[in-house]
Design a protein around this ligand. Structure first.
Ligand SMILES: Nc1ccn([C@@H]2O[C@H](COP(=O)(O)OP(=O)(O)OP(=O)(O)O)[C@@H](O)[C@H]2O)c(=O)n1
Ligand SMILES: C[C@](O)(CO)[C@H](O)COP(=O)(O)O
Length: 233
């Protein structure tokens, strides 16, 4: 199949404090093996041949980034993030050309693979308004009542976990993110800003090892996946 590959710039929101991790430092600076979570993530994006530039959004009081091996990489640009994830992504979008595509990927997802990134990039030939990596839910799903009992079983066939990367045209994402934030809509990922504007982004099935390191027990799992990916290479 011949596919057109657009100019793709990555934005990595890395300005969070990791409150659910409860560590002494922001979770993106915790180590997995020899490197920090953020280092693993940046390395995977910086070495992808279709990504021309990587913009990382950092906390205004970040004390750690300059020590990373990728800190002075020629393809990398730093911006100051905002108080919510969406503000950090928007800060990154301000320094990107409007005619590019933007691939937004959480700093906290260090196990993303080049094959999943490729899959997402090729998918935009079918989804010209943008698409996200996602994983269909596997288990029987229950809706709970306030007292902790089950209200009903929810149909699982159309339910997906939203992952990153998420890939959109810069101009459309910037406009919709700005307007959705102004309208005080709940925006937890880029797709939700596009949905807010009436757009239906594509869902592209991604690998289940592309986890977000959120809670302490995710660290061990992420380490296991990274080790396994190294062995399989
Ligand atoms: N103001 C913020 C908040 C989050 N993020 C980033 O968005 C990604 C996903 O967010 P999440 O996992 O929720 O990270 P934290 O906000 O750091 O964690 P928590 O919600 O537990 O505090 C992370 O890479 C995080 O650094 C960001 O750039 N700017
Ligand atoms: C963007 C995201 O990683 C998609 O799974 C996620 O929405 C980030 O926020 P969350 O609050 O941890 O779901």
């Amino acid at each position: 199949m011949t596919a057109t590959i657009p100019n793709i710039v990555a934005i990595v929101p890395a300005a969070g404090i990791g409150s659910r991790m409860g560590a002494a430092i922001p979770k993106q600076y915790l180590k997995l093996g020899q490197e920090t979570i953020l280092s693993h993530t940046l390395e995977r994006l910086l070495t992808h041949p279709a990504i021309s530039q990587v913009i990382v959004a950092l906390h205004p009081e970040d004390d750690f980034f300059s020590q990373l091996p990728q800190a002075t990489h020629p393809k990398l640009t730093q911006v100051i993030g905002g108080s919510e994830r969406a503000d950090s992504v928007l800060a990154g979008l301000q320094v990107v050309e409007n005619d590019a595509w933007v691939l937004v990927h959480d700093a906290a997802r260090p196990c993303v693979t080049h094959s999943d990134i490729d899959k997402l990039i090729y998918a935009i030939n079918s989804f010209p308004q943008g698409a996200i990596l996602a994983a269909p839910v596997r288990d029987t799903m229950k809706r709970a009542k306030a007292d902790g009992t089950i209200e009903q079983t929810v149909e699982r066939n159309q339910l997906w976990h939203a992952l990153t990367p998420q890939l959109f045209p810069v101009s459309a994402l910037k406009l919709n993110l700005q307007q959705a934030l102004q309208a005080k809509a709940t925006i937890t990922d880029e797709a939700s800003a596009m949905e807010w504007a009436g757009i239906s982004p594509g869902l592209v099935a991604g690998r289940v090892d592309n986890i977000k390191v959120t809670h302490p027990d995710d660290l061990e799992l992420a380490q296991l996946f990274l080790n396994q990916q190294t062995i399989l290479k």
